[in-house]
Design a binder for this molecule. Structure first.
Ligand code: SF4
Length: 178
């Protein structure tokens, strides 16, 4: 069986910390933040609401797993206006997420990945005109599942905010030991 924490570190994540799945609260009000469309992904990608399914479905899926990890990509930036550095760190996070997911899928592992931001595997998402090109590699964001990321971090003793000169992107990986 894969050592999930080791695989996450080898995929490049900066911070890999234990997560207790019992701390996860799937909140409809977080989904309302998606609907406000500040990230401009709402109703534009199979991994985002409304296409990604109901919050209650994700809560049920998550209940099947008894182990978890919080995975963070922490990048440097000059200040909170340094958009270029934030985009670079976000892209790095996606590379790490895809690398880890590909590795776990190739090993035949059963896991649930809730990521940071919309799916960017394809240059252009097929949504809504055709099915997802890689449904087995399609993972919604933590927010799309109704998870309040800063609260999940707090509940598991993991920093969410690393200060003005850092930017962190946080993902959540659930798995089970038997
Ligand atoms: S894998 Fe491609 S088609 Fe599927 S959600 Fe991601 S970007 Fe869209």
């Amino acid at each position: 069986m894969t050592d999930f924490a080791q695989a996450a570190r080898e995929s490049g994540f900066t911070n890999v910390a234990p997560l207790d799945p019992a701390t996860l609260k799937f909140l409809p009000e977080v989904r309302s933040m998606c609907a406000a469309d500040r990230c401009r992904s709402y109703d534009k990608n199979w991994s985002c609401p409304p296409a990604c399914g109901e919050i209650s479905d994700w809560e049920k899926k998550a209940a099947a797993y008894d182990r978890g990890l919080l995975l963070q990509t922490v990048g440097d930036r000059e200040d909170s206006y340094d958009i270029e550095a934030m985009l670079e760190a976000a892209e790095e996070n996606k590379r790490q997420t895809d690398a880890l997911a590909d590795r776990l899928l190739a090993a035949g592992e059963d896991f649930l990945f809730m990521t940071a931001g919309t799916c960017t595997r394809c240059k252009t998402c097929t949504y809504p005109d055709a099915p997802c090109r890689f449904p087995e590699k399609l993972f919604p964001s933590m927010e799309a599942c109704g998870l309040f990321v800063s609260q999940v971090c707090k509940d598991n003793g993991v920093p969410y905010n690393y200060g003005d000169e850092k930017i962190a992107y946080t993902c959540c990986l659930l798995y089970h030991t038997i």
